[in-house]
Every structure is written in structure tokens, then in C-alpha cells.
Write a new protein. Sequence first.
Length: 372
Amino acid sequence: MTILWIPGPVQVRDEILDAQALPMIGHRAPEMAELIERIDPHLPHLFGFDPANGARAGVASGSASSLMEAALHGCGQRVLSVVGGAFAKRWYEIARTLGKHTHALEVVWGHAPDTETVLATIDREGPFDAVTVVANETSTGVVTPLGPLAAALRENSPETHLLADCVTLAAGQPVDLDALGIDFALTGSQKALALPPGLALCAASARYQERARGLERRSWYLDPLRVLDGQEQRKTPTTPAISLYQALALQLEQISVGLLEGGASTPAEGWSKRFARHLRLRDRTIAWAAEHDLCPFPARAEWNSATVSCIAASNLDVAAFAKHLDESGFKISNGYGDLKGKTFRIGHMGDHTDAGLEDLLAAASTAIAAQR
Ligand SMILES: *Cc1c(COP(=O)(O)O)cnc(C)c1O
């Protein structure tokens, strides 16, 4: 069997896969409400909010991009997209497709956006109703420190909402929606949640919801408020992917009890141990790369993602390296788009363990030795 170390879809444990084979239930039956109630208490840990502060979370049946589109349906017409990678560009393209007045602020790939530059762009091109960012850019392995950016926005452009793609951040690192003041955060099931693809999850601040309520939202299926209301009322607007909900409920429960982390006495501890494991896997991967004279693609160490390491290939033949690993039972990813052949990516997110990473890295060392 091949083990996935690509940055999504990720390896899914058998127990979680099996949960999808449970008998079908009616989505208007009490069993569905019970299933949503098993999921609900864990979502504040996933996104970092206290429901008492007015933020709400939702689950949608669709891939993460569906909620990128939904998020944009709930904001005004003027959008600034910070574009430093392939997924950031997707935000921009969706906003354009929806007919928003969209400005792209290009950031050099491998760099996180600079807060001063974002503010200067707002001054020059703004005002903006929303800024779109990718918290963890899967194409470059760059994690953007959202705290300083969010704080600067609140202070200098308080009417601008911060929409954050947290697809490869959530469940791997804290999102901290409340503490940072993020207005809309979203993720997908097939990344650090270590589930099969097909579900998207989000959380929205009270002020995002308030503004969205006052807008004409030009989508029925992708109306962000409909998604949030469905979760609150234990009644999804349309037939949900019930089998995936079963897998999600079990996975969230197992994260909160710290199943893979040697146990946890509180849900918060379960989640924080999961976050700590991701940092360990990142640090070990970067240290391994250094042993082979390979450097991370992100320009600064503080931008090295905890969930996906993008490593500059130097003189390594990436295609041959990945093929060698594939024959040893491990899948990693080539670089994305223009970075193909120039970088490779290891997705050390989800339920991967320290021991599992050692197996991968040993095989990777062998694959490198075969080329040198
Ligand atoms: C995978 C990914 C997406 C897209 O997710 P889909 O589930 O394919 O829609 C968006 N943003 C980032 C950062 C991703 O890694």
C-alpha cells in the first residue's frame, strides 16, 4: 500500500474510512440532528472561537473552494486579493468571476505578504470591503502570520473584512478566529483534518454575519448564512454528504480526546497536542533536508509551514526522486505550477506520526543517494 505524503488529499486512517460505511440515515431524521450535535462542540477548537462572542461555524458538502465562493457572496463589491501563490490566485479568480471589483496585490512566491504593503495598497486602491488571504499557501509552503495583518486591518481599515483560506492550516495549527479578528475562515476535509475529500468547514465572525445579512446574496446554494444557519438548526439546507459527516464526527471526537497524542484531559489539550505534533513533523523534515544540503523554499524560517514543507530541489531531479519514493511505497508531490521540477512538497499533516515520518525520510534519503 502506498502512503500519501502529498499536501492533500492526505492519508486517512482505516477506522475513519470505515465510519463512512455506516448505514444511511435520513437527513431530516433525528439521527442527523444527533450527528450534527456530535460535530458541533469541536468546531470552536478547529477555528478558535467562543460561540458566546457571536461567531458561528458551519459544514458544507463540497470542496473547500465552494466556501471560498460562499465567503465572497457575503461581502461587499470591493475586494483586495493578496496573491503569493496558486491558491491565493484562486481567491482572486473567484472574486472576479462573481463580478466583484477586485484588485490583486502580487507578493513574490516564497514570501508572506508585508503588512505595510497591504495597508499602502488599501490607501492607494481602496477602500475595500474585504481582503482575501491564504493563511498557509500549499503551493509554496509559506505560512502567513495572520496576527499582525489582522491587527493592522482592524486599526487602519476597520470596515475591511479579513477572509482567510485556512485549508492547510486548520487542524494542523490554531486558527484563532476570535483572538486575531478573522472574519471568515474556511477549510476542507482532505487536508489537516485527515478525512476523505468532500466536506468544507467554516467559521464567521459576528460582524461578517451582520454585514452579510444586510446584503443581497446572489447565490442560494453558496449562501454563507444558509450554511451557518443549517449547522445551528441541526438541519442542512440540502441533502448533506452523510457518510462524510459520520467520518467527520468520529475524527473530531478522536482529536479532542487526543487519540493520536497519548491522550488528553481536555479537548483543548487534545487540539494543542495535535498542533505541537505538526510543528515537530515540520522541524524534523527541515532538519532532514539540511542534512542533504536542501533548503526550504520559503524565504524566511518563520514562514515555514507546519503542514507542508516545500523544499527547493537544488540539483535533484524531482521527477526521478518522486518516482523512486513511489516505488518504495510513499507519495510526495512535485512543485506546483512554475515550481514544478524546482521544488518538491511533503505534506506532513493530518494523522501522520513521528515514526511514520522517519520511515518516509529514510526512504527519501535512499532515493537521494541513488542520484548523487
Ligand atoms: C487544497 C486547497 C484548496 C482547495 O481545496 P478544494 O478542496 O480542492 O476546493 C484551497 N486552498 C488551499 C490553501 C488548499 O491547500
